[in-house]
Design a protein around this ligand. Sequence first.
Ligand code: SF4
Length: 401
Amino acid sequence: MLTNRQQQCLQGIGIQVWSERRAGPGETGDRPRFSEQPEHQIDLTQSGETSQEKRGLSPDSNAIEGSTTSVPENPVAETSVPTSFDSWDSIIEAIHACNACELGRNCTQKVPGVGDQQADLLIIGEGPGHEEDIRGEPFVGRSGQLLDRMLAAIGISREQVYITNIVKCRPPNNRDPKSHEAQQCRVYLEAQIEQLAPRVILSVGRVSAHNLLNTNEPVGKLIKQMHKLPGTEIPVKVPDAAMSNSELWFRRMTLADIRWVMNVEREVYQFPWTDKIFNDCIRVGYHCWLALFQQSIVGHAVISVTAGESHMLNLSIAREHQRKGYGRQFIEFLIEEARSREARTMLLEVRPSNTAAISCYNSAGFNEIGCRKDYYPATEGREDALLFARHISPPGDVPGR
Ligand code: SF4
C-alpha cells in the first residue's frame, strides 16, 4: 500500500498506473533533518573540490522532459521498460537489464544510484559522466567532490543520502541527455522516488532541474527559491553553482604566520598546540600549510610524510570560516600533497567526541582502524583517540574515496 506521500510523488511525475492513489492531503512536518545539524568547533564537515564535471552542451538540449505526452525524438526501444516495481531490487535489476534507449547500448555499465535507500534527501543529477560510467556510481571524481562539499556544508555525509541521475546510462561524449532518453528513463526515477519518498530533493545541474521542475527557466532564476516537485509537496532545491567559486588556495606556513596560527589554535581547541610545536614542525621539514580564501587565511594544517606513510598531525579552520566547505577542501589538498610525495597511506587521530570531524574524514575516504586509549587530555581525565587511515592511490590512478 502506498503512502500519501508516495502517491503524491507518483502523481507529480506523471505515473498513470496507480489505482490506489488517493486525493487526500499530503503529510505534514516533512522537513529535511540535515538542516538541523549542530554547530561544531572545527569545520571538518566540509567538502573538497569545486567544479562539477562539465558536459558537452548542445544548444537544443534544454528541452523540458516534464510532459509525459510528448513524442520521443528517436524511439529506439529494444526492450520495453517495466511499468511498476515492488522493491528497490526490482528497480536496480530492471535498470541493469534495460536497453530501452540508445544510451544503454553505448555505456560501459548502468549507474542506477547509490546511498541510503531510506534517506530523507534525494540528489538527482543529469547523467553519468566518464568516471561514473567506469565506476558504476553517480557523482564520483570532481563532480563527487563538489557534491560532497555541498553536503558537508549542510552537515551530512554522502552515505546519508540517495544519489541518482535523470538518465542511468552515460550519454556519449558527456553530452546532455536527449529528450526521449530522459523520458524513457523516467520510469526508473519515478520508481526510485516512490520507494524513497524523500523529504527533499536536491536537483543538481540544469538538465536535472529542467526535467524535474518541468520548466525551461534559467538556473540562475531557479536557485533563488524553493520549488515543489510538480503535483507534490516534496521540496526541490536547485543549488547555487556559485558554490563552485568557493575555491581555496594554499601556501606554506612560515615562522611569521605562527602568531596568526596560534590565535586560531587557542580559538578552536581546548588544548591547543604551542607556538614551539609549530616552530619545530617548520624547522624539521614537516609540511605546514595555510589555506586561504581570496586574501584571508582560513585555516592551517601540518602533515608529515615518511616511507610511504603520511600523518595528518593538525588541521584547523578558524571559527569564522567554519561551515563553508573549507575543511574538506583542505583535506583533499593535503591528500594530494601526500600523494605527490609518494605516500600511499594517510593516518590521523581524532577525538571520539569530534563527530563532525569523523563524519568529514569518513566522507573523504578515511576508515577507522583502531583506538588509542586515554590519548588526549580532557577536561576530566583523558579522552581516547580514534585512529583513521586512508589509502592513497599513485598519481595517475583514479583517486580512491
Ligand atoms: S538511459 Fe535509462 S532508459 Fe536508456 S537504456 Fe539506460 S536505463 Fe534504459
